[in-house]
Design a binder for this molecule. Structure first.
Ligand code: ATP
Length: 264
C-alpha cells in the first residue's frame, strides 16, 4: 500500500504547490488523480518518486510511506529499488537509443539477465506495436509508440507500483483507448498498483477503481470511480455532460469552471 499523508510541497521555498494532500493506493489497484492544469498532480507524483529535489521542490510536512516504509528524503534510485517506478509526463524516452536499448536501460537495477529477457518478451506482448520498431531509434517513433515504450521501459524495472503521468497527453482518441486498455491488462495480469494522473477523466474513471480530484493543490473530492462517474459535478465539470445527458460545449465548460466553487 502506498500512502500519502497530509503532504505539503513547496517549490523554491515559496510556491506552495500542494497543500495537505492525502491519498492511498492499495496493492493491486488502479487509483486515479484528476485535476486541471497546475492543480499539483505531477508534483504529488514527483514527491512519491523522489525527483522533487532535482526541481527545487521540497516536502515541507506530511509523510509518504510504501509498505510501511517512509519515503520522505529517500533518493529516486532507492525508491525504484523499493518497487516504485514513474513514467513521467511527455513520454521522455532516450531518443538516440533504440527501443531495445531503452528497455534494457529500464532494467538497470536488475542482475537477472534471464528475467530481463523474459520481461522484454512480456512488454512486446503487451505492446505488439513495438515489435516492428524494436531496432529503431526511439526518437523516430510516433507519439503513441513512444508512450508505449515509456511504459514498457518502466515495467522493465519490475515495479510493484507504477506512477503514470498523463499517458493520454497529445494522443489520438483511438490510441488513448488502446493504451488505457493495456494499462488495465497490466494491472490485472501483473497485479500491479497504479497511480494514474490524468486530464482525460473519461478514460481514467473507466479504468481506475478509486479517484481523487485535485484543485489548487488540494484534494476536493474522492470516491470509488463508479460513484464519481455518476456524480453530477464530475459529470458536468470533468466529463462535460449535463444532467440531461447532453454534451457541453467548450465555452460552457469554461464558463462553468469560472463559476464553480469546489471549496465553498
Ligand atoms: P499539469 O496537468 O499541467 O501537468 P499538474 O496538476 O500536474 O498540471 P504541477 O505540474 O504539479 O500541476 O504544478 C503545480 C504548481 O506548481 C503549478 O502552479 C506549477 O506552476 C508549479 N510548479 C511545478 N513545477 C515547478 C517548479 N519546478 N518550480 C516552480 N513551480 C513549479
Amino acid at each position: 500500500m502506498l500512502e500519502v499523508d497530509n503532504v505539503e510541497i513547496t517549490y523554491n521555498d515559496v510556491i506552495l504547490a500542494v497543500k495537505g494532500v492525502s491519498l492511498r493506493v492499495p496493492d493491486g489497484q488502479i487509483v486515479t488523480l484528476l485535476g486541471a492544469n497546475g492543480a499539483g498532480k505531477s508534483t504529488v507524483l514527483k514527491s512519491i518518486s523522489g525527483v522533487l529535489k532535482s526541481q527545487e521542490g521540497e516536502i515541507e510536512s506530511g509523510e509518504i510511506t510504501y509498505d510501511g516504509k517512509r519515503l520522505n528524503g529517500i533518493s529516486p534510485e532507492k525508491i525504484v529499488h523499493l518497487g516504485i517506478c514513474q513514467v513521467p509526463e511527455g513520454r521522455r524516452v532516450f531518443s538516440d537509443l533504440t527501443c531495445l536499448e531503452n528497455l534494457k536501460a529500464g532494467a538497470f537495477t536488475r542482475k537477472d539477465r534471464k528475467g530481463v529477457k523474459q520481461d522484454i518478451e512480456k512488454s512486446l506482448g503487451y505492446f505488439p506495436r513495438l515489435q516492428k520498431t524494436f531496432h529503431v531509434k526511439a526518437g523516430y517513433l510516433s507519439g503513441g509508440e513512444q508512450q508505449m515504450l515509456a511504459i514498457s521501459r518502466a515495467l522493465m524495472g519490475s515495479p510493484k507500483c507504477l506512477l503514470l503521468d498523463e499517458p493520454s497527453l497529445g494522443l489520438a482518441p483511438l490510441l488513448v483507448k488502446e493504451i488505457f486498455s493495456i494499462i488495465g491488462r497490466i494491472n490485472l495480469q501483473d497485479a500491479l498498483s497504479i497511480l494514474l494522473v490524468e486530464q482525460n477523466a473519461n478514460m481514467a474513471l473507466q479504468v481506475a477503481a478509486h479517484g481523487y480530484i485535485m484543485e489548487n493543490g488540494r484534494i476536493v473530492m474522492d470516491d470509488p470511480c463508479a460513484r464519481l462517474r455518476k456524480n453530477e459535478d464530475v459529470m458536468e465539470f470533468y466529463l462535460g455532460i449535463t444532467a440531461e445527458g447532453g454534451k457541453k460545449s467548450f465555452a460552457d465548460v469554461k464558463h462553468y469552471k469560472r463559476r464553480k466553487r469546489w471549496l465553498s
